[in-house]
Design a protein around this ligand. Structure first.
Ligand SMILES: NC(=O)c1ccc[n+]([C@@H]2O[C@H](COP(=O)([O-])OP(=O)(O)OC[C@H]3O[C@@H](n4cnc5c(N)ncnc54)[C@H](O)[C@@H]3O)[C@@H](O)[C@H]2O)c1
Length: 378
């Protein structure tokens, strides 16, 4: 049995809680998981870290994340703070040789993600990759099950910022939230496109802010909440639409919105190949629409319920058709992160994946500003 691994969580909002719960659940689902020790939780909102330590079983709490840098008890750190802190925190822990499970988008730009350097394992929170139906789709594509991919539509549409009274939290500021919906939902979208269809060659994009002002929060925020403070300016994008040319020659549209009234976490894809097609919607995570025959026209599409043979589904449920949840994807991500630390090799989305996604998002901003196609760095 491997020795106990000490972990800490830095930033205890929505994702901090999800990471803490995922660590606790890993041994419930993965019998061979390395034993963990929840050493510390850090948050700078007074009382938040203490409450988290009491509720989730961390040995201690702190308001000062720097006190955890180089702490020999902490071998791995979850960085679940707002985007503008990822670079500073990630580089500090990486330089101290502490392994990192960091939330997407990893900083504000590709340069921020590149600044995290160290001889460590880094897992990035691109959780949608871990959905067993996505893994199944990847296998079908790789096996030529839908022929050669010709074109696809990916969407990440949400209404989390559709209410005009939604608080002007860090998410809507350039300096703390970066490029808005691009880093927030677009990072997931680009990662899913790359995971399923390979590298992006070039792209063209358009962006928009549809709610230019929001009320400032009057208390510390967590997640998405309403506010009634003085109005302030929204500095980053609510929406983008993009057209991607893949290295393979396939064409992809990816559109993302945080103000899409009527769309609640409407994330998914439709992928078309020369002989078949695949369809997935996150809200029906266990179902994959599969058309893989040879009729070309009028090809039937059947609904396949993923089961124990698909990805890590079997760690959760014994039979197809029993739904997995968002939090289960984070348990899978945590388990793969811990295994990557033990084996010293990546098993999930890596820092390179975060850099590639950020390069695509940076290119989208350039394209939206210039009105031109942008070729991605190789
Ligand atoms: N993978 C996903 O599906 C997913 C979903 C939501 C958010 N995220 C990402 O997770 C990150 C956090 O998002 P969230 O929704 O949890 O935000 P949140 O606002 O709910 O939580 C952020 C927490 O960080 C804390 N914090 C801020 N500054 C700090 C500091 N200096 N030291 C310690 N703690 C500090 C805040 O007090 C807050 O508790 C973001 O990068 C976001 O993009 C990923």
């Amino acid at each position: 049995m491997e020795p106990e691994l000490g972990v800490a969580v830095v930033g205890f909002g929505w994702m901090g809680r999800v990471h803490a719960q995922a660590y606790a659940r890993v041994p419930h689902h993965f019998a061979d998981a390395r034993p963990l020790r929840l050493v510390s939780v850090a948050d700078d909102v007074p009382g938040r870290a203490e409450a988290a330590a009491r509720r989730y079983g961390f040995e201690e709490s702190t308001a000062d994340w720097r006190s955890l840098v180089g702490d020999p008890r902490v071998r791995a750190v979850s960085i679940t703070t707002p985007n503008f802190l990822h670079r500073e925190m990630g580089s500090a822990f990486a330089a101290a040789g502490q392994h990192i499970w960091i939330e997407k988008p990893v900083g504000l730009t590709a340069a921020d993600a590149r600044a995290i350097v160290g001889d460590i394992q880094v897992t990035v929170g691109f959780n949608y990759r871990h959905a067993p139906a996505v893994e199944k789709a990847r296998g079908i594509i790789a096996d030529g099950g839908i022929g050669t991919v010709t074109h696809a539509r990916f969407r990440f549409l949400s209404d989390y910022a559709a209410h005009p009274d939604g608080a002007l939290s860090w998410r809507f500021e350039r300096a703390r939230g970066g490029n808005g919906v691009l880093g927030d939902l677009g990072a997931h979208g680009v990662d899913l496109v790359r995971h399923l269809l390979g590298e992006i060659d070039s792209l063209v994009a358009d962006t928009a802010i549809f709610i230019p002002e929001r009320p400032r929060p009057t208390t510390a925020t967590a997640g998405h909440q309403r506010a009634a403070g003085e109005p302030g300016p929204v500095e980053n994008d609510d929406y983008f639409g993009s057209l991607l040319r893949m290295v393979s020659g396939a064409r992809v549209t990816l559109d993302c919105s945080r103000v899409a009234v009527g769309e609640q976490n409407s994330y998914g894809f439709e992928i078309h190949g020369t002989t078949g097609a695949l369809f997935w919607d996150f809200r029906r995570m266990g179902e994959l629409g599969v058309g893989t025959g040879r009729s070309y026209q009028d090809e039937p599409v059947r609904t396949v319920y993923v089961g124990p043979a698909d990805g890590d589904f079997g760690a959760f449920q014994p039979g197809a058709g029993i739904p997995l949840s968002f939090d289960d994807l984070k348990v899978i991500e945590a388990a793969r992160f811990l295994r990557s630390v033990t084996d010293n090799q990546p098993y999930g989305p890596s820092l390179t994946d975060a850099i590639r996604a950020a390069e695509a998002l940076d290119a989208m901003e350039q394209s939206a500003a210039s009105g031109r196609w942008v070729t991605l760095p190789r």
